[in-house]
Design a protein around this ligand. Structure first.
Ligand SMILES: Cc1cc2nc3c(=O)[nH]c(=O)nc-3n(C[C@H](O)[C@H](O)[C@H](O)COP(=O)(O)OP(=O)(O)OC[C@H]3O[C@@H](n4cnc5c(N)ncnc54)[C@H](O)[C@@H]3O)c2cc1C
Length: 441
């Protein structure tokens, strides 16, 4: 196992994770001339809120993923390393990669985000497609295309679920994905399959809760549910998924939906790498932090964004949102500047600008400002577009995404319907006959 000379020479600040939190912290620190080592398992930053659009081929991978070295090419204070962090020692403030290289920081910032939680549902991990990274999105897109192609080859695959997409989880990710898949069924699949087959496509959204989008207010929830139904999404609410099989999904009431494309948007949990660190793990396995984003009892360690349970200066427990990650990244940077300069850290104050979700063309919901003022429909849709334009990293990415949206709206054609994951594309139809299964064509 290699031991890096890096472990001998501590970096001023060592940041694990170049998501919205880590990236923002690195940028702010670099702007103050503070030396940063930023390590991520990917050589790119990915913008999670638009990942479902990569899965449905509205956007390409490069629209939502930007190379880290390109982001920091003019920033000499930031060194980027690509590597999987396998262990973290918060006392020594070191991290060690899976190939045994150790890095040390005078200050350690953990911004590793969260990972998918299958809640121990049998078969979910093996038979469903999570949607939390661009890699997940590429796999899901290839699987969807694999199912369409199978139905096109032999129509008997339709009754075995080739044209059914089941989305598990009625939060923002599940709702946005359901809306986008339904739109694809309506507008793109007819350009791919013969008419009668295209009309056979079904989209299901399943959640154990009685309503979709629980963090939103009642008006927003009602609008979203109505629009989804209008788009042909079948809502199965108040129903938990008890098993995900390779041929479909079993629900709590014993019903079965045959499908080869099951999207898992059921929730998140803390990254596995955080356990065993000795850091205090609270709700969801996330690290409980002080209001100034440091960890109690661990000098020089900060935890941000989805990796942390943050209660801000006003005593508000903050949700796992991009805006919380970004603002906590900026705030941590400010506190680190104070640490290094002998100043005083201050407790994080979150500025709630609201929440929003896209349902489909011209249909979105937004709750604006700290009072969460409800708007819906085309105005919310335009607000959604504007906000995502601002948040996307990089001018090229913004312009390219805008071009792709305009092209999609104008032509209903999606150039990114390319199979690039043959493993996900290939569907094993060789199920044994079971009470729920169908006959092999
Ligand atoms: C599909 C989806 C849609 C969303 N939509 C919205 C939305 O519309 N609005 C909103 O406000 N929020 C949304 N969110 C939430 C938002 O994206 C997150 O809250 C935010 O990205 C959290 O930022 P973060 O920096 O904490 O973590 P992340 O952005 O997840 O970044 C963590 C980084 O750490 C890296 N990493 C993790 N483990 C390791 C390791 N062991 N070694 C090396 N690197 C590692 C990862 O590669 C990643 O780059 C969405 C999230 C998802 C998944």
């Amino acid at each position: 196992m290699a031991v890096s000379p890096d472990s001998e020479t501590p970096h001023q600040v060592l940041i694990v994770g170049a998501g919205l939190g880590g990236l923002t912290a690195a940028r702010k620190l670099a702007a103050r001339g503070i030396e940063v080592l930023l390590i991520d398992r990917n050589n790119y930053h990915q913008f999670q809120p638009l990942i479902y659009q990569v899965a449905t081929a509205q956007l390409g991978m490069r629209d939502v993923a930007r190379p880290l070295r390109a982001i920091f090419r003019k920033e000499r204070a930031v060194t980027v390393k690509t590597g999987e962090v396998a262990s973290i020692d918060p006392v020594a403030r070191t991290v060690t990669t899976s190939d045994g290289v150790t890095y040390r920081g005078r200050i350690l910032v953990i911004a590793a985000g969260a990972e998918v939680n299958f809640f121990n549902v049998p078969g979910a991990q093996d038979n469903s497609f999570p949607l939390y990274s661009v890699d997940d999105a590429a796999r899901l897109r290839s699987r969807f295309l694999g199912a369409l192609d199978a139905a096109d080859r032999d129509r008997r695959y339709v009754e075995r679920g080739a044209l059914n997409v089941v989305i598990v989880g009625g939060g923002a990710t599940g709702v946005e994905t359901a809306g986008a898949v339904a739109e694809s069924m309506r507008e793109v699949v007819p350009t791919y399959l013969p008419d009668d087959l295209a009309r056979a496509g079904r989209v299901y959204l399943v959640d154990m809760l009685p309503d979709v989008l629980m963090p939103f207010n009642e008006k927003s929830r009602a609008y979203a549910a109505e629009k989804l139904r209008e788009y042909g999404v079948e809502l199965r609410l108040g129903q938990s998924v008890t098993e995900v099989r390779k041929d479909g999904v079993v629900l709590q009431d014993g019903s079965f939906i045959p499908s080869r494309t099951v999207v898992w948007a059921g929730g998140l949990k803390a990254r596995g790498v955080l356990s065993g660190t000795g850091l205090p793990q609270g709700k969801g396995g996330r690290i409980d932090v002080n209001p100034d984003l440091t960890v109690p009892g661990f000098e020089g360690v900060y935890v941000l964004g989805d990796s942390a349970n943050i209660v801000d200066a006003k005593g508000t427990k903050l949700p796992q949102l991009g805006s919380v990650a970004q603002q906590s990244g900026a705030w941590a940077a400010q506190n680190i500047v104070a640490d290094l300069g002998g100043g005083q850290r201050t407790p994080f104050v979150y500025r709630d600008k609201g929440i929003m979700a896209m349902i489909g063309r011209g249909a979105a919901i937004a709750e604006l400002g700290s009072r969460h003022r409800h708007i819906a429909g085309p105005v919310a849709f335009l607000a959604w577009l504007a906000v995502h334009m601002v948040l996307l990293s990089g001018l090229w990415e913004k312009l390219h995404a805008l071009w792709n949206w305009a092209w999609d709206y104008g032509t209903r054609r999606r150039p990114q319907i390319i199979v690039d994951r043959p493993d996900a594309y290939a569907i094993d139809w060789s199920d044994e006959r079971t009470p729920h299964g169908g006959a092999s064509p």
